[in-house]
Ligand binder design. Structure first.
Ligand SMILES: *Cc1c(COP(=O)(O)O)cnc(C)c1O
Length: 355
C-alpha cells in the first residue's frame, strides 16, 4: 500500500448479513473512503471513516447540474481465502475518461486503486464466502461547491462505499426478456454515452419502467439518431452470435466501454471465435433469426457478468432465442470469467489483484 490514509474505526460495527439472502446494493459495510478536492489544494485528505451520511450544502453543484460520476467493480473471496479484485486499473482508467468528459479533475490511477485496496482490507470480514456472492465496490465523485452558476465546480468529494451482494441469478443463469426501445434514446453522438455518469441512468428510467410494465426485464437501446443500429442492453454491453460469429457494437462514443465487454472479447479471440466489432442493425438481427442463424444473445456487465437473453420484442415482432435457454457460448464465457474472478481458474491474463 503506497498511500498513508488515516483510518477512523467505527464504535458500532453492524452485524454481517446472512449470505443466503443477499440482494444487490441494499446493505453497506462499516467504513467508507472519502477524499476532497479543492482547485487550490488539488486532491487532499484521503481517509477511511465510519460509513454514514455526507454533509453538503443545498447549493452543492451536483444537486443542480449533475456533475457526478461513478464506477463499479467487485471483489471475491477465493476458496483459499484470498481476496481478489478484477481489473481495477481499468476502472481507474475509465474514471478519468468520465472525469474528463464532465470537467471533473482527474485522479491518479494508482491512488484510486490503492484507496479501494485499503478500504477492502479494512472490511475483509465483509467479503462473503458463499458461492456466487461478492463485495460490490462503488467509487464515485461529485461536485460539492456551493454555487449556482454553470461552470465546472471548484470543490469535489471522491467516495468509495462497499456492499455485499448475492448471486445475480438465484437458481442459475436465467434468460431475460428484452424490449427493443423505439421511442427513447440512451445516448447520442457527442453526448455522454461513453462516460459512466448518473445522468445516463436517470434518463433511462422512463424506458425501463415502460419495459417493466409490459413484462420485460430490460430494454435494448438503438442508436439515438436513426433508431436502427444496436447499441446496448439496459446498462450492459450487448452481444449477438450469428452463424458462429460474435457481433458487438464498436466503441465509437455512444457505447460505454465495459470492462466485462473487453474481457469477453479478449477471451473469445483467444478461443479463436470470430469477433466483429462493427455497427449492425436491429433489422439484420431479426433477419438472421428468420434465417435460423441467430443462436445466442447475451449482455455483459460487472453485476451479472453474462446475462443471456431468452426473448426479444421489436415493435410487433417477438422472437425466442435458443428456445429461451442459455446458449453454450454464453455459459462457457460465464464460467471462464467467474472462474478467473474467484481464483478457481488460472489467471492467464493477469487480471486479478490480490488485496
Ligand atoms: C457500467 C456499464 C456497462 C458495463 O461495464 P462493466 O465495466 O462491464 O461493468 C455497460 N453499459 C453501461 C451503460 C454501463 O453503465
Amino acid at each position: 500500500m503506497k498511500y498513508d490514509f488515516p483510518i477512523t474505526r467505527t464504535h458500532e460495527p453492524k452485524e454481517k448479513p446472512n449470505p443466503d439472502n443477499l440482494e444487490f446494493g441494499t446493505i453497506f459495510t462499516d467504513h467508507m473512503f472519502i477524499m476532497n478536492y479543492d482547485s487550490e489544494a488539488g486532491w487532499y485528505d484521503g481517509r477511511i471513516v465510519p460509513y454514514g451520511p455526507i454533509h453538503m450544502e443545498p447549493a452543492a453543484a451536483v444537486l443542480h447540474y449533475a456533475q457526478t460520476m461513478f464506477e463499479g467493480l467487485k471483489t471475491y473471496r477465493a476458496k483459499d481465502g484470498a481476496i481478489r479484485l478484477f481489473r481495477p486499473d481499468m476502472n481507474a482508467k475509465r474514471t478519468n475518461i468520465t472525469n474528463d468528459r464532465l470537467c471533473i479533475p482527474l485522479i491518479d490511477g494508482e491512488l484510486f486503486v490503492d484507496a479501494i485496496k485499503q478500504l477492502v482490507n479494512v472490511e475483509r470480514d465483509w467479503v462473503p464466502n458463499k458461492d456466487g456472492t461478492s463485495l460490490y465496490i462503488r467509487p464515485f465523485i461529485f461536485a460539492t461547491e456551493p454555487f449556482l452558476g454553470v461552470r465546472p465546480a471548484k470543490q469535489y468529494t471522491f467516495a468509495i462505499i462497499l456492499s455485499p451482494v448475492g448471486s445475480y441469478y438465484k437458481g442459475g443463469l436465467t434468460p431475460t426478456r428484452i424490449f427493443v426501445e423505439n421511442e427513447y434514446a440512451r445516448s447520442v453522438v457527442g453526448g455522454t454515452g461513453e462516460a459512466k455518469v448518473g445522468g445516463n441512468y436517470a434518463s433511462g428510467l422512463k424506458s425501463q419502467e415502460k419495459a417493466h410494465s409490459m413484462g420485460f426485464s430490460q430494454v435494448l437501446w438503438l442508436d439515438g439518431a436513426e433508431r436502427k443500429y444496436v447499441e446496448e442492453i439496459g446498462t450492459s454491453n450487448a452481444f449477438f452470435v450469428i452463424d458462429g460469429e460474435v457481433f458487438t457494437a464498436p466503441l465509437t462514443g455512444t457505447i460505454l466501454p465495459g470492462i466485462t465487454r473487453d474481457s469477453v472479447l479478449t477471451i473469445l479471440r483467444d478461443w479463436g471465435v470470430p469477433v466483429r466489432e462493427e455497427r449492425f442493425t436491429i433489422d439484420s438481427i431479426f433477419e438472421a433469426y428468420g434465417a435460423g442463424k441467430l443462436s445466442e444473445v447475451f449482455a455483459s456487465g460487472t453485476a451479472t457478468v453474462i446475462s443471456p437473453v431468452g426473448d426479444m420484442r421489436w415493435k410487433d415482432r417477438e422472437i425466442q432465442i435458443n428456445k429461451g435457454d442459455i446458449g453454450a457460448l454464453s455459459k462457457r464465457l460465464y464460467n471462464e470469467i467467474t472462474g478467473i474472478q474467484t481464483g478457481e481458474l488460472p489467471d492467464k491474463y493477469g487480471w486479478t489483484v490480490e488485496v
